[in-house]
Design a protein around this ligand. Structure first.
Ligand SMILES: *Cc1c(COP(=O)(O)O)cnc(C)c1O
Length: 466
């Protein structure tokens, strides 16, 4: 096919075409970029001709020009489309790790927008007119909602674990139960973080059973801390034994220079238990027990932005704040703005807590979910291609939290008369916004727990593509 290379149009000729200018105008991109795309498209066709893989019509100048214009349109559309986009979570999993975990409250969003678009007192004391610390923004609120003596925030909980171990246990031993050395979704392993931090992991007990004496026997003059790790999305059942926080604290009391650190994982500030959901203790309860240092995520059950929150004894938090790593792992003003607003909802309490989407979606009544599902079904009747069936079902909390908790919900099983479940799910994902469903027994399932009122018609719209 080499003989056709001479029909390839030169870039400068294509630059003169109406299509070239149209692309510049339509996608609001500069002509240098469009030139680049044209050149790239010519190169691709050249490579195809050389490799004898050209599959278009008989090679001719017109065919090449047409192909280049086609590629130009596609590439221009692609580079001017945001990769990161909103999706509708129809899986019912409230903290879906692949879908960005917690969504922020309206108030948190408002605060992020305001603080991001202006200068702020991020590290400035307005009254005194002197330098301030970004730690101060959140510390007061965190102390209030957890009852801890001191608090700080880093990038995420993995960073919190790393900082605590590095700053307080480097080159010393940290005792952890083998039953808690699990891998948590998204490749977080305590053992690996520990290794990176320079602290030495001392494993005690077995996968299913760890006794107090296992810890007791492992303590020596090199021990820096006892660490308890929430097993998150993993639960051992049956012949098991773990040592409670109370027992560990009693043991620690006998060893004045050994610290007790608990990685709570999710970190609950709202009493889900009182709504008969799970058995997670609230952070304040763990603080009251006397744990020295506690860390947890900001974007799991707390319902805020991605962050790692560390609360505990004042002198220890002071040490962490002063550590060079705290500077490396610090959060930005948008995170602080969102976290401050989220924590403020907790301080206000009451109805205000329902402003936090994570809490609202977990405790929403079955009745309300059913209403949303019915609304969807009623709009779908107009489309004869589908059969929708309302059914009682269960949703999961997700995000590595409460793995054994199944919350009653209502779902709609969606059957298209000419497409199978995989094909239908693909079409839904192609919606604008994209709708992410789950498939169960060859049927597409839409869980209305995580679909908000305004999104119902958008899901209908996605279905109407077929
Ligand atoms: C989720 C989790 C982490 C990691 O938290 P990120 O905020 O995702 O970094 C660490 N430890 C436990 C026990 C967790 O559940």
């Amino acid at each position: 096919m080499k003989e056709y290379l001479r029909y390839l149009p030169p870039v400068h000729e294509l630059q003169k075409t109406a299509q070239f200018q149209e692309t510049v105008n339509k996608y609001q991109i500069n002509s240098e970029t469009v030139t680049q795309i044209v050149q790239e498209s010519i190169n691709e066709i050249r490579a195809q001709l050389l490799a004898e893989t050209w599959e278009g019509t008989t090679p001719s100048k017109e065919a090449f020009v047409q192909e280049i214009q086609h590629k130009l349109e596609q590439k221009a559309a692609k580079i001017t489309t945001y990769y990161l986009q909103k999706v509708i979570n129809a899986t019912g999993t409230v903290l879906h790790t692949n879908l960005g975990r917690a969504r922020l409250s309206e108030e948190a969003i408002k605060r992020v927008v305001e603080i991001a678009g202006s200068y702020s007192n991020l590290e400035y004391q307005v009254e005194e007119g002197t330098r301030g610390s970004r730690h101060d923004i959140i510390e007061g609120l965190l102390k209030k909602v957890t009852g801890a003596e001191a608090a700080m925030v880093v990038n995420n909980n993995a960073a919190a674990v790393y900082l605590v171990l590095r700053a307080l246990a480097k080159e010393k031993e940290v005792i952890v139960s083998r039953g808690q050395l699990v891998e948590i979704g998204g490749s977080f392993r305590v053992s690996s973080i520990m290794e990176e931090s320079g602290a030495k992991l001392v494993e005690v007990g077995t996968t299913n059973k760890t006794h107090l004496f296992d810890y007791e026997q492992a303590i020596n003059e090199n021990t820096a801390m006892l660490m308890k790790v929430h097993t998150s999305n993993f639960k051992t059942i049956g012949f098991t034994k773990s040592v409670s926080t109370e027992e560990l604290i009693e043991l620690q009391m006998k060893h004045s220079d050994v610290l007790f650190y608990e990685d709570l994982g999710s970190g609950v500030l709202f009493d889900y238990q009182s709504h008969q959901i799970g058995d997670e203790p609230v952070v304040a309860q763990v603080v009251r027990q006397g744990v020295d240092i506690i860390s947890f995520s900001g974007d799991k059950l707390l319902g805020g932005p991605q962050a790692g929150i560390i609360v505990g004894k004042k002198e220890l938090i002071q040490k962490l704040k002063k550590h060079q790593l705290a500077r490396v792992l610090r959060v930005d003003k948008m995170t602080l703005a969102a976290l401050e607003a989220t924590l403020m909802s907790y301080v206000r309490g009451g109805e205000g807590l329902l402003e936090i989407p994570t809490i609202r979606d977990i405790i929403v009544s079955e009745y309300q979910i059913k209403e949303r599902a019915m609304k969807f079904i009623n709009q779908m009747v107009q489309n004869p291609n589908y059969t929708c069936t309302l059914q009682k079902d269960v949703s999961q909390v997700g995000g590595g939290t409460m793995p054994d908790v199944l919350i009653p919900t209502y779902t709609v099983s969606l059957v298209h008369h000419k497409k199978n479940a995989e094909e239908l799910a693909t079409v839904l994902r192609a919606g604008e916004p994209s709708v992410i469903s789950r498939i169960n027994k060859e049927t597409v399932i839409l869980d209305f727990r995580t679909i908000s009122e305004v999104e119902i018609s958008e899901v209908v719209h996605a279905c109407f593509q077929l």
